[in-house]
Design a binder for this molecule. Sequence first.
Ligand SMILES: [Zn+2]
Length: 171
Amino acid sequence: MEDYKAHPNAFEPVSLSYFRNIWRTRFKNIKLRKHIRFSKCSTCERLRQIRWSRQSSIKERQKCQIDLLKHYADIKAERAYAASKRQLSMVHKTEVLSIALDGTDQLPRGLPQFRVTTSHDATSHERIKSKFTLLRIHNLEKTFCFEHLHNIKGDANLTIECLQRALKYTE
Ligand SMILES: [Zn+2]
C-alpha cells in the first residue's frame, strides 16, 4: 500500500480473479457488508434484488429499474420537503415546529465504547446495555439525546414519550 502511494504508476492493474484470490488467501478477515446496516429500505432492497437477479426476466428487471428510479425520485422529494419545513421552522420560529427523531442500534458492548477491545469487554464484565434516541428541534437548533436501557422496546410508545418531552420543552 505504501509502495503504491509513493509510485502510483509503477504497478500494473491486476485481474479480478487475481484480486479475489489475494483477498481470499491473504485478507480472509476483511468482509464487505451486503447491506449498509442503517437506512435499509425494504422497497429498495426488494427492487434491487429483482433488478440484479439472474433469475428474473429481462422484462421484470426493466420494470424494477423504472420503479427504482421512481422510488429514488420520491425519496428525493420527501427529503426536499423535510428540508423546506426545517428551513421554515428556523425562519418562523414561533409558528412552525420541526422535529427530527431517530433511534440508534443497541451498542454491542454497552457504555463506555472503546475503539479497541479492552479487558473490560470480556463477558465476565457484562455492562448495562443502552440505546439512544436522538431528537433535533430545528426551531431551537437544539439536539436531545435520550438514553434507555435495552429492555425498553424501540417502538411507537418510546417515540411518543420522547416527542412529548420535546414538546414540553418547547412550550
Ligand atoms: Zn428505498
